[in-house]
Design a protein around this ligand. Structure first.
Ligand SMILES: CC(C)(COP(=O)(O)OP(=O)(O)OC[C@H]1O[C@@H](n2cnc3c(N)ncnc32)[C@H](O)[C@@H]1OP(=O)(O)O)[C@@H](O)C(=O)NCCC(=O)NCCS
Length: 171
């Protein structure tokens, strides 16, 4: 991907948001944001594995030189799998996650052999709303999927994949 520069709501002309692929040099910023965003954060090794993997799509959204958010997507035989997405608290509800996901979907939609899938905590209504607005639909549940508190995961699919419910879950 060539670097793109976008203005999203509230991140205006003075602070353009730049999207580019992540490299190993971004690991420290990613790790720090991850620790702020999640109770049970991914390790640095997990991020470096995904960033290094051929076929993965890993994006960072930057304001000036500072990382505002990231998106990690792995390519499997049958699907693009959204593995991790986070936006730093001060930059939330400005459209940063939407912009990263839309960019990824635009770049991978032409690949007719794969749909897109993800898991999300059933309590994470904001994220579910975001995914539904991008065309993801509930397709099943993984019971006690999250090892820290045994919360269930909602499995969502967009495009080719297991049959999905047609009705959005969150309105
Ligand atoms: C979930 C997360 C990535 C969303 O990032 P974001 O940049 O704030 O999301 P966006 O601004 O692009 O949101 C787009 C839309 O999604 C929905 N949405 C996002 N966050 C929401 C929230 N907390 N509550 C309700 N709706 C929400 C809204 O419809 C929003 O549009 P609106 O602002 O016009 O109402 C961010 O809150 C985050 O990092 N959370 C912690 C980590 C996490 O839960 N990651 C997802 C794991 S599956």
């Amino acid at each position: 991907m060539t670097a793109t520069e976008e203005s999203v709501r509230g991140v205006g002309d003075e602070q353009p948001l730049r999207l580019r692929r992540l490299g190993l040099g971004d690991l420290t910023g990613v790790e720090e944001l991850e620790r702020r965003a999640y109770k049970t954060p991914w390790s640095r090794t997990m991020f470096s594995g995904e960033i290094s993997r051929p076929g993965s799509r890993c994006y960072g959204a930057f304001i000036e030189r500072s990382l505002a958010g990231y998106l990690i997507v792995a390519r499997y035989t049958d699907a693009w799998h959204v593995m991790n997405v986070a936006v730093d608290e001060p930059h939330r509800r400005l459209g940063v996650a939407r912009l990263m996901l839309e960019t990824m979907l635009r770049e991978t939609d032409g690949d007719g052999t794969r749909g897109h899938t993800l898991e999300v905590r059933v309590s994470n209504h904001g994220a579910i709303r975001l995914y539904e607005s991008l065309g993801f639909r509930p397709a099943g549940m993984r019971r006690a999927y999250y090892t820290d508190d045994r919360e269930d995961a909602l499995v969502m699919w967009r495009g080719d994949g297991p049959d999905t419910d047609t009705e959005p879950l969150v309105r």
